[in-house]
Design a protein around this ligand. Sequence first.
Ligand code: 13P
Length: 324
Amino acid sequence: MNTREMFKRAVAGGYAIPAFNFNTMEQMQAIVMAAVETKSPVIMQVSKGARNYANGTILRNLAKGAVEYAKELGCEHPEIVLHLDHGDTFELCKDCIDNGFSSVMIDGSSLPYEENIALAKKVVDYAHQFDVTVEAELGVLAGVEDEVAAAESHYTKPEEVIDFSTRTGCDSLAISIGTSHGAHKFTPEQCTLVNGVLVPPPLAFDILHEIEKKLPGFPIVLHGSSSVPMEEVNTINKYGGHLEAAIGIPEEQLREASKSAVCKINIDSDSRLAMTAAIRKHLAEHPGDFDPRQYLKPARENMKKMYIHKIVNVLGSDGKLAQQ
Ligand code: 13P
């Protein structure tokens, strides 16, 4: 399904739909298990990097399998969106639309304003013929995500959002209010030490609220929303990893954002951390194991636990399927 109805309900209900990135079968399984157990709608998203890694055809069929799998797990009416994350050209978006994606993002945020509008409009005009919904982006997020990288962030300018959304016809708008991609969102110098914990600067809620005032009820998307759980980072480092100064977005802030017009929250790095932590721990404790199933099973369990936690305790999308 596309995101239209899902977002309408999420904005009205004051919760956000999880958008989890996936590259592997284990991630897909964990996402579906978590969504079924919590009765949550879910967006499974594929980046250009994921397509390069796993092959677009394979990922698309995994996602088709996800719907059947959810039914097999006992969910009669699953709500699963297959979304292209950070499409950077019309051709890539078109290819995904032609091949069964129900939603795409066109990310022209690094282009000059008018070029961003022209590109997003071209994708919207094509996508809407097939009832595929389109996310566009205004403002620039810092950080590195697969093949998308920017050195600095530029907050979204609220004075541009009405013009941008009207002229592009996009269905949802990704904004920049201080989140960023990856596991190293802030340097320790940017943070304040509170009870031994480095607390990053707060998100720009004033900008979010201004945008909400300009576009009442319009679906807003937050990228770069992993919280980089300390326990996963500590496990990785305890079992031979070396992750320094990994800092994410505090979950309370995402909880607050979920209650606003923010109705899609993107999480990728936390899944990577949960998977790596479980694999490192398993291999360190069972040095004789060499069957991938032995370490991928706990990795899948750990990701599922993380997804359930996000759905229930952060985004509030549990129990929100239209038909239970
Ligand atoms: P994180 O790196 O914070 O998980 O963000 C992922 C993302 O925004 C995907 O588009």
